[in-house]
Design a binder for this molecule. Structure first.
Ligand code: 7RM
Length: 651
């Protein structure tokens, strides 16, 4: 591990927020210090007071933190609330006509949806869900394009206490089926298609295929008409417009206790099976609210745009819930950044007056490559704050974002967090502290993060180690759906249940700023999306001609990591034109099994995989080969040294 934990960055630039930004900021340096001090001196009081101030409770809680069943922590356990009420109803009197969502489709169609309208849509669909037999606690899979109805469906589930599980629309039918079955979902909400990359993505067709391959728990499929592409309506199918026809625009919320599961969201771990991360209602809502205030400094009049899809946690906390819970106005854009041209993101910012923009380093790097002429065509003067998430941002991309997009005027918030943490954990509070390119800065108030060695002892400044969180926090994951053992082992196993293990390595500099160095497990980060190497390996070996496969990551200047697969075929090792054909076929195969994001960039064929005497695949060696590095590892134990040459493409 020490190899990838060695820190190579030596970035010393410091950027102070502009005076006018500080003057308006919700949290200034003194406020931030006060928050930290309160969290340190009275941890439960800190979170309890925030929960009372920020959330409208139907019945107040009396217990802030229940740690009697650690590592299953409970927050605000005897309180009753509804998150949809907190996101919609409570704003109606003040903000009924304010835009909640400004939508732009990829073809250019736009819609402005006020809080009153969004409330009515959510209520109608919630009533419709009940009429279709969905009850509190039932799981509903949402497989939608990035359109307002995706948010409506999530909010409607929450309104009636159903547990949603959003599956990213870029996942294949097979990946969808596995998630539906693991969750035991009763219903899928989908659409005929979605516009992405100038094409129609046939979502309904993928749902049909998933069901044909076995989704025994599914009783109904609700289909929203977005693109008008041909779909076959089958016995389990019902149109969205028929579901809401005649339904009232009022729907009493189901008051649930704070620990009631709000959603499952599948994410990759180090095995082939994705984990259904389970979040609870009250704690999740609290961190979504406070981070939108602290980190995004959202004010009345701001137009917030988080480019993430609702299929990822970022689209949950910073599209579907957080911005609405604080009565904000947000942009939702359906498509890709380069349709019809590389100026699209900047045009959306200009046309809708975006003031706060939040995206992934991979998008920044891709747009940076396309040149400055694109952003220069548009008026970006309304932007006042920029954010990034999903992977470490390299200082070069940070500087480009800062100068070309932010015109040296906008602070950049580099936010470190995970599906499991529910909300930002380590991130700047932009009016209260300077930032450094490539650092996610300091843990937020109430988040007790540290960098420790294998024994759990804190390491010194600038030394690499394991990133841990030492105290429970409200929006932490509650368990892995259907696999509590894995939950205990993965996150709480290493330090006897004392600390939460994030699975990232990090260092902390002499100012206490954190620098994330990468994953410590076999998880890839491709364009900010988490993929288990085992997931891709399982997909490859499911191909009838593949005997064995090993997958590693290799640095990629746009995607962060590229996927390199080492494949052993049954029978002859493919070479020349046969290898070319096989490579194409396997890339397509993985795309079908998991989705296009998991397609290997490179596939190498060999007679065997390099293994140790005990039979373990020599992953470190494979990583060196994938990177084209000189081999320094001892390969003398290999049965067949020729294999290394084959994998290097030299034999
Ligand atoms: C929000 C999200 C989580 C993993 C995490 C890290 C990496 C995320 C940053 C980052 C460096 C960041 N959830 N990661 N944000 N690394 N700097 N600001 O991405 O569950 O999909 O992924 O992503 O490795 O553990 S996630």
């Amino acid at each position: 591990m020490s190899e990838n934990i060695e820190s190579v960055l030596n970035e010393t630039r410091l950027f102070e927020p502009a005076e006018d930004f500080v003057a308006r900021a919700r949290i200034k340096a003194v406020d931030l210090e006060a928050l930290h001090r309160k969290a340190e001196s009275d941890y439960e009081g800190f979170w309890g007071d925030l929960a009372r101030e920020e959330i409208d409770w139907h019945k107040p809680f009396t217990k802030t933190l229940d740690d009697s069943r650690a590592p299953h922590f409970g927050w605000f356990t005897d309180g009753l609330l509804n998150i949809s009420w907190n996101c919609l109803d409570r704003h109606l009197a003040q903000r009924g006509d304010q835009a909640a969502i400004i939508f732009e489709g990829e073809p250019g169609d736009t819609r402005r949806i006020s809080y009153r309208e969004l409330h009515a849509e959510v209520c109608r669909f919630a009533n419709g869900l009940k009429a279709q037999g969905v009850q509190k606690g039932d799981r509903v899979v949402i497989y939608m394009p990035m359109i307002p109805e995706a948010v409506v469906a999530m909010q409607a589930c929450a309104r009636i206490g159903a547990i949603h599980s959003v599956v990213f629309g870029g996942f294949s039918a097979e990946a969808l089926r596995d998630r539906v079955n693991d969750a035991g979902a009763k219903m899928i909400v989908t659409s005929d298609g979605g516009h992405r990359g100038g094409k129609v993505v046939e979502l309904k067709q993928a749902v049909d295929k998933a069901i044909d391959h076995g989704c025994p728990s599914i009783e109904k499929v609700v289909v929203f008409k977005r693109c008008g592409n041909d779909v076959v309506m089958r016995k389990e199918d019902v149109w969205w417009h028929d579901v809401i026809a005649g339904q009232a625009d009022q729907c009493d919320p189901e008051w649930v206790d704070a620990e009631h599961p709000l959603f499952l969201l599948y994410t990759s771990g180090s095995t082939g099976k994705p984990k259904g991360i389970q979040h609870a209602t009250g704690g999740y809502l609290l961190n979504a609210i406070v981070t939108n205030k602290w980190v995004f400094d959202m004010h009345d009049g701001d137009v917030f745009w988080c480019t993430a899809d609702v299929g990822w946690i970022t689209g949950h906390s910073y599209v579907a819930y957080g911005p609405l819970a604080i009565g904000g106005t947000e942009v939702i854009y359906e498509g890709t950044p380069t349709v019809p041209d590389a100026g699209r993101f900047w045009k959306v910012c200009q046309d809708h007056g975006v003031t706060i923009f939040y995206t992934a380093p991979t998008a920044i790097r891709a747009l940076m490559k396309l040149g400055e002429t694109w952003p220069e065509k548009y008026d970006l003067s309304k932007l006042r704050l920029l954010g990034t998430v999903g992977e470490p941002i390299n200082p070069e991309a940070w500087m480009w974002y800062h100068t070309v997009i932010g015109k040296e005027r906008c602070p950049i918030v580099d936010t470190w967090w995970q599906t499991e943490t529910g909300a930002h954990m380590i991130a700047p509070v932009p009016g209260a502290m300077p930032t450094k390119p490539g650092s996610c800065t300091r843990p937020l108030p109430g988040i007790i993060a540290d960098v420790v060695n294998e024994e759990g002892h804190p390491v010194g400044a600038n030394q690499g180690g394991l990133l841990v969180i030492k105290k429970p926090w409200p929006s932490m994951l509650r368990t892995i759906w259907g696999d509590d053992d894995r939950f205990r082992k993965t996150y709480w196993g290493q330090f006897g249940g004392k600390y939460y293990l994030a699975g990232d390595s990090a260092r902390r500099d002499e100012d206490g700023y954190f620098w994330i160095m990468g994953r410590i497990d076999d998880v890839l980060n491709v364009s900010g999306h988490r993929l288990g190497t085992m997931e891709v390996e399982s997909a490859l070996v499911a191909h009838p001609r593949v005997a064995e496969a090993a997958v590693v990551g290799r640095p990629h200047d746009v995607k962060g990591e590229a996927i390199v697969a080492f494949v052993i075929c049954k029978g002859e090792r493919p070479t020349g034109a046969t290898a070319e054909a096989m490579l194409k076929e396997l890339r397509e195969w993985v795309s079908q099994e998991i989705g296009p994001i998991a397609k290997p960039d490179d596939i190498r064929f060999a007679d065997n995989l390099p293994k140790t005497r005990s039979g373990k695949i020599m992953r470190r060696l494979l990583r060196s080969i994938a990177r084209g590095e000189e081999i320094t590892q001892d390969t003398s134990t290999l049965e067949n040294e020729q294999v290394v040459l084959q994998l290097q493409g030299k034999a």
